[in-house]
Design a protein around this ligand. Sequence first.
Ligand SMILES: [Zn+2]
Length: 289
Amino acid sequence: MKKIFSYFLSIAIIFTCITLTSCSKSADSSIDNLTETSALRIHYIDVGQGDAILIQVNHKNFLIDSGPSDSQSKILGYLKNLHINKFDYILATHPHEDHIGNMTAIIKKYDITTFLAPKVTTNTSTFKNMLLALKNKNMHINAIKAGSKVINLGENITVEVLSPNNSSYEELNNYSPMIKLTYGSRSFLFVGDAQKEVEQEVLSKNYDVKADVLKVGHHGSSTSTSNEFLKKVNPSIAVISVGANNSYKHPNKSVIDRLKESSIKIYRTDNDGNIIIDCDGKNIKVTTK
Ligand SMILES: [Zn+2]
């Protein structure tokens, strides 16, 4: 009888663990202490209508985008609270203000080892000021494209750059590099504002896009997250970085419906604030604040 009971108990535990977030609640002791080498923490920072994502692992800091300029005090305050004094990598996914709006301030304030961006320019003052801030620090942009091996986040972490695969796109959004980070048995996909054309392009190159956590493309716009792409990524968790009551009406209802149909747990910065994901290589824990 005891044997049968323990059999059912273990089945119940396995079943609970299939839902990643609930599993982590009971198994997160190893990831609470993130000063330990190799524990991964990803901050999807609430910058309103824009993107700013900080990845911390192996005592390295990797910032993807900086949010729009109207969120400057928010992002600088957030980074200050984390006592960040240096970035190993910063990636400006593409030259739109909602992604590079605070790059100039961040470049001026912080030591940066490697600054990454796709090979594309634009004429806005935000972009020009970013270039000037880099020049004033004698820094240059490391051009990033599919297959780039430039990002090294240390032991046990794999970083694959899946796009851009072309040198020119009509839409600036499509220059956003698609990046897959794998830690242990878990993976995370970052897609910036890449649209369906790029999703298709990446699938046609046969990249393995499967990931447990998807940063939903282009703030949940209908331009991105095609059904085919979503099926291939097959995430358990989706994170949407989006401003409350934004004029673009992001996220689009069709994208939300698609995520819900696949029973994907959705986190949104407009509703949840900052979204912090901890991972020990096996369990995933989501905290919102
Ligand atoms: Zn954007």
